[in-house]
Design a binder for this molecule. Structure first.
Ligand SMILES: Cc1cc2nc3c(=O)[nH]c(=O)nc-3n(C[C@H](O)[C@H](O)[C@H](O)COP(=O)(O)OP(=O)(O)OC[C@H]3O[C@@H](n4cnc5c(N)ncnc54)[C@H](O)[C@@H]3O)c2cc1C
Length: 224
């Protein structure tokens, strides 16, 4: 009962486990926690946390879905993505739609809502380059809020959300440049990408990441 799914497969149980499916359920959960003075733990894919055997209070699992194109023309593409979407699914969706930018961030584990928390990045690209605004619920009063990219205080693997965890992220609004120049010069990516298309970059990033995971699992099986 109340077992918390997490990528390490650690057996961890929550006093109370709630699925957040949209903005309304997010607000209800926050109001409930405030009224009853219950501590909140917010999780997406639980890929970047090590959970205790028991987590007190309420655990909120962000599972909201939806990707919406807000605007698309020759100079800009604007997209709104629900926090519970899987990050890599968003990357694949962008590739299918011919939207450039996220290919270097392929196969980063986790959810869209967690991406701005540590300003995820890989192979010379960071999510903050695309963030127009972060939508969320204020954990201090349950009200909806919206932070512009500047207000998010993004830095290397850092943001205002990491320094002061008072926002439940419900959606990201992202902004893409259709004529963006691909980033291929970082690390071993350059050697692997012969033509700098979004698809070729994504395939190379996925191949590098998969080979690293394989090397890690090989090494750990040898030392156990
Ligand atoms: C194998 C591996 C490779 C990785 N590679 C990279 C990499 O290349 N680059 C990189 O930047 N990171 C990398 N990471 C880290 C990880 O992918 C990111 O931290 C990712 O954003 C975690 O997403 P998640 O949904 O699993 O977050 P969780 O583990 O569920 O949560 C992480 C933190 O974010 C908070 N959080 C989650 N969702 C929300 C929300 N909706 N609102 C408010 N707070 C929230 C949680 O409270 C917690 O503090 C890697 C991790 C692993 C395990």
């Amino acid at each position: 009962m109340n077992r918390i799914p997490n990528t390490l497969g650690v057996v961890s149980r929550a006093d109370e486990l709630l699925i957040i499916e949209d903005e309304n359920s997010a607000r209800r959960a926050v109001f409930h926690a405030l009224e009853n003075d219950v501590p909140l733990t917010i999780l997406g894919g639980a890929s970047n946390v090590v959970l205790l055997e028991r987590v007190g209070g309420q655990v909120l699992l962000c599972r909201s879905r939806g990707i919406e194109v807000l605007e698309r023309n020759a100079s800009v593409i604007r997209v709104r993505v629900a926090a519970g979407e899987i990050w890599h699914s968003l990357v694949l969706w962008c590739l299918e739609q011919g939207i450039p930018g996220l290919e270097n961030l392929a196969l980063i584990p986790g959810s869209v809502g967690a991406a701005p928390i540590q300003n995820i990045g890989a192979y010379g690209v960071e999510v903050c380059e695309f963030v127009e605004a972060v939508e969320g619920v204020n954990l201090n009063d349950g009200e909806l809020l919206e932070l512009s990219a500047a207000e998010c205080g993004f830095a290397y693997r850092d943001s205002v959300f990491k320094r002061d965890a008072t926002v439940l992220v419900t959606a990201l609004r992202l902004r893409f440049d259709p004529s963006r120049t691909p980033v291929t010069g970082y690390g071993d990516l350059a050697e692997r990408v012969s033509e700098p298309t979004t698809g070729a970059i994504a395939r190379a990033v996925i191949a590098i990441r998969q080979s690293r995971l394989w090397e890690m699992s090989e090494a750990s099986s040898r030392t156990l």
